[in-house]
Design a protein around this ligand. Structure first.
Ligand SMILES: Cc1cc2nc3c(=O)[nH]c(=O)nc-3n(C[C@H](O)[C@H](O)[C@H](O)COP(=O)(O)OP(=O)(O)OC[C@H]3O[C@@H](n4cnc5c(N)ncnc54)[C@H](O)[C@@H]3O)c2cc1C
Length: 425
């Protein structure tokens, strides 16, 4: 990825509040911490570090928020993927430990939006919808768990007809309404956080692809035109990073896609989502949707495709959208795009090291908006020497997928086929 790329043709890029134009890395630089990648993971980590007074430099191959962070569904979903595997590994109920961590990313986002006055259309309200009976049991379980934890936002189980009233479709047999979750404009959040970090003294470089990390007492991060030598390095390139051999093949780089309709009229909005909630189905190969601030339907899902042709994405996803909302038949699709997500086999977010002072942090499956923000705090703690939460994740060895790096497309297609079959059961 040596040639810098512009933002993808997403609704978010077209409606960004501000553009970033940080100069490329040039010459020999020195920092306390060097972060590679300016998505949520990298920027969240950098902001935590800058707030604590560290001299932090962030090196981004393209633009701030260019990767999954600036392209995603914008759904702020609580919880951490892989909790079952974490519980199994640690041989105990992780409920107590993860009770707070599950929602910490949300708290960080809300606090930053308020503190740094970040305009990113942040809204509360989220529906986990059920398609099968077993999903209703999961919803009941989640509801009980939140009640037991004295969750301080409204949570309610909705019947099939209440769900239909809420989101104007009969596609689902029930739902969990959670006002603690929500949705936002992810690119505007990421850029807002980057500007906040810069205002506190962080140095950001764009259009600067890292080509090598020299692992030594003070590691050195190299691009074609410069370097940063630091006490610690954090690799935050997630599914777009291909540099370190030992990090290859430890997750599936899965593509997800989104379409955005033209702005909907008031009558349609009132019929399909009057409460402005985000919606997500429970399948592994899932569909998710919500309204944007200007009342477009943003509809996302997975299609078996690895390219970025908007026409192809538009056609495939529109058919899926119309199955949920046939009334949108005559509505135009203005934007179609895709992005890459890191999905570990055991779903456990991957926090680890490739050398004593070279850390990495990636693989949040579809929960990245929340968990990247938690991860940024954990990585900042790790750099400062507090490893309690870092070790919770780093202690669970990632499952390696032999050949995944070389055979990405067939491997991902096979994995998705397997999960589709499971969804049908
Ligand atoms: C279409 C889509 C929909 C999604 N929907 C949701 C959702 O609704 N809710 C949710 O919680 N999660 C969602 N996700 C997942 C979420 O977006 C990700 O988990 C999260 O954004 C990952 O953030 P990140 O910073 O780790 O990685 P990214 O945002 O991918 O950032 C990595 C950055 O590293 C840079 N980089 C890579 N290699 C190098 C290098 N060698 N040198 C310099 N820079 C480098 C890249 O250019 C990139 O900017 C979705 C993802 C996609 C793709």
């Amino acid at each position: 990825m040596l040639n810098p790329q512009a933002h993808t043709g997403s609704y978010y890029a077209a409606t960004a509040n501000q553009e970033t134009d940080f100069a490329p890395l040039r010459g020999e630089q020195s920092a306390d911490v060097c972060v590679i990648g300016a998505g949520f993971t990298g920027i969240s980590t950098a902001l935590h570090l800058a707030e604590r007074g560290y001299n932090v430099h962030v090196v981004e191959a393209n633009r701030v928020g260019w990767g999954a962070s600036g392209r995603n569904g914008g759904q702020m979903i609580g919880g951490i993927a892989g909790e079952t595997a974490l519980a199994k590994h640690w041989g105990r109920d992780v409920e107590e430990i993860f009770g707070e961590l599950r929602w910490e990313g949300h708290n960080i986002i809300r606090q930053r939006v308020a503190q740094y006055d970040i305009d990113c259309d942040l809204k509360s309200g989220y529906l986990d919808v059920a398609i099968k009976e077993r999903h209703l049991r999961d919803i009941e379980y989640d509801y009980e768990r939140l009640q037991a934890a004295k969750f301080d936002h409204e949570v309610r189980v909705l019947s099939a007809s209440e769900t239909s009233d809420f989101i104007g479709t009969d596609a689902y047999i029930g739902a969990l309404l959670n006002m603690g979750n929500g949705h936002l404009h992810p690119l505007n959040l990421c850029v807002g956080e980057a500007k906040a970090a810069a205002s506190l003294g962080a140095t950001l470089y764009e259009q600067s692809s890292v080509i090598e990390i020299e692992k030594r007492e003070r590691p050195r991060v190299l691009t074609q035109s410069g370097s940063v030598t630091a006490n610690a390095v954090i690799i935050a390139g997630n599914a777009y990073h291909a540099l370190e051999r030992q990090m290859r093949g430890i997750f599936f780089p899965v593509n997800s896609f989104i379409i955005a309709t033209e702005p909907l009229d008031d009558e349609t909005v009132a019929a399909i989502n009057p409460n402005d909630v985000a919606v997500c189905d429970p399948n592994f190969v899932l569909e998710y949707f919500r309204l944007s601030a200007d009342k477009r339907l943003l509809f996302g899902g997975r299609i078996n495709y690895f390219g970025d042709d908007p026409e192809f994405i538009r056609k495939k996803l529109r058919a899926k959208m119309l199955r949920i909302y046939p009334r949108l038949q005559s509505v135009n699709i203005d934007f179609a795009w895709g992005g890459r997500i890191g999905v570990p086999v055991n779903r456990v977010p991957q926090l680890g090291r490739v050398a004593k002072n070279v850390f990495y942090c990636q693989g949040y499956s579809g929960h990245g908006v929340n968990v990247t923000h938690l991860a940024g705090r954990i990585m900042a703690d790790a750099v400062a020497g507090t490893l309690e939460h870092f070790d919770l994740f780093a202690g669970v060895p990632p499952l390696r997928i032999p050949g995944a790096h070389l055979l990405r497309k067939p491997m991902v297609a096979l994995g998705v086929m397997y999960y589709k079959l499971r969804d049908r059961l």
